[in-house]
Design a protein around this ligand. Structure first.
Ligand code: SAM
Length: 261
C-alpha cells in the first residue's frame, strides 16, 4: 500500500499487515515490512509457518462444513486474502468476521460486503461478550445451534494479564453442543528466538506471547479434541498435495479443533 487510510498510523507496524507480508500480500507499509523482515531474520521459516497456518484454518473449516456446521465466527480474521472462511465454508454458510485492527475492517468491508450471509465487525477478543452480543452477531448467528468459533493465530497477541483461558471460557459457555473451537497458537522453539521476536512485536500494534504445548493444551479444557489432537498446524489432517511439513525444524504453530459435547 502507498497511502494509509484516515486514522491509520503507517509508522507503527501492525500485526495484521506483518502477517499479510509473510503471506506475500500487498496490503502492508514499509514499517510492517521492516518489522516482518526482523522476524524473518530470526526465524526464516515464518513465511512457511504462516502459509501452513492459513492452510490449517482452511482444512479445519472444510472439515467442519462437511460435518454440517453452517455458521462460523472468525475472531482475529486478518486481512482478506485467498481462501477466506466463507469461500471455503460454502455459499449457504453464515460467517461473521471480527478483528480489532481498523485496516482489516476497511479491507474486509470492501472485499466481503455483498456476499450473502457474511458480515464484518470490529471487536476485540479480549472483550468476548461485546463480540457475542454485537448487533452483527445477533443478526447473523444463532448460538442455540452448533457454531464454529475460530481463534486462529490470534491468541498469542493476548497477554497473560488478559486471561486467555477466561476469554475462551466465555466463548465456550455460549457455544451450543456440537459446536467447535478452531485454535492455533505460536510457540517458542529456542529461548533466544522468543526474546528477539517479542522485542519486534513490542513495537507493533500488539505484543506477542508465545506459549508452549503445556500452556496451549489447557485452552481446550471442557472440549473434546478431534483427531489428531493438538499438533503442528501442518500435520492437522493434511491434504496429500500440500507443502511438506516443517519436519525436524520445530513446531512454530500448534493447532487443533475441539468439539463441545
Ligand atoms: C496473524 S493474523 C491471523 C489471521 C487469520 N486468523 C489467519 O490465521 O490466517 C492475527 C489477526 O488477529 C488480529 N488481532 C490481534 N489481536 C486481536 C484482538 N485482541 N482482538 C481481535 N483481533 C486481534 C490482528 O489484527 C490480525 O488481523
Amino acid at each position: 500500500m502507498d497511502e494509509a487510510p484516515p486514522g491509520i498510523n503507517p509508522h507503527i507496524p501492525s500485526v495484521a499487515r506483518m502477517y499479510d507480508y509473510y503471506l506475500g500480500g500487498k496490503d502492508n507499509f514499509r514499517s510492517d515490512r521492516e518489522a516482518a523482515e526482523k522476524v524473518l531474520a530470526v526465524v526464516p521459516e515464518t513465511r512457511q509457518a504462516a502459509r501452513e497456518n492459513r492452510a490449517f484454518m482452511q482444512r479445519a473449516v472444510r472439515f467442519l462444513a462437511e460435518r454440517g456446521i453452517r455458521q462460523f465466527l472468525d475472531i482475529g480474521t486478518g486481512l482478506p486474502t485467498q481462501g477466506n472462511v466463507h469461500e471455503v465454508a460454502g455459499p449457504d454458510a453464515r460467517v461473521l468476521y471480527v478483528d480489532n485492527d481498523p485496516i482489516v475492517l476497511t479491507h474486509a468491508r470492501a472485499i466481503l460486503s455483498g456476499a450473502e450471509g457474511v458480515d464484518v465487525t470490529q471487536g476485540d477478543l479480549r472483550l468476548p461478550e461485546a463480540i457475542l452480543d454485537s448487533d452483527e452477531a445477533r443478526r447473523l448467528l444463532d448460538f442455540d445451534e452448533p457454531i464454529a468459533i475460530l481463534v486462529v493465530a490470534v491468541l498469542h497477541f493476548v497477554q497473560d494479564s488478559d486471561k486467555p483461558e477466561h476469554i475462551l471460557g466465555r466463548l465456550k459457555e455460549r457455544m451450543a453442543r456440537g459446536s467447535h473451537l478452531v485454535l492455533s497458537h505460536a510457540c517458542p522453539n529456542r529461548p533466544v528466538e522468543s526474546e528477539d521476536i517479542a522485542s519486534v512485536y513490542d513495537l507493533a500494534t500488539s505484543g506477542i506471547r508465545l506459549r508452549d504445548r503445556s500452556e496451549i493444551t489447557p485452552l481446550f479444557d471442557g472440549l473434546e479434541l478431534v483427531e489428531p489432537g493438538l499438533v503442528n498446524v501442518a500435520e492437522w489432517r493434511p491434504d496429500v498435495a500440500e507443502l511438506a511439513p516443517l519436519q525436524g525444524v520445530g513446531d512454530y504453530l500448534l493447532g487443533g479443533v475441539a468439539r463441545k459435547l
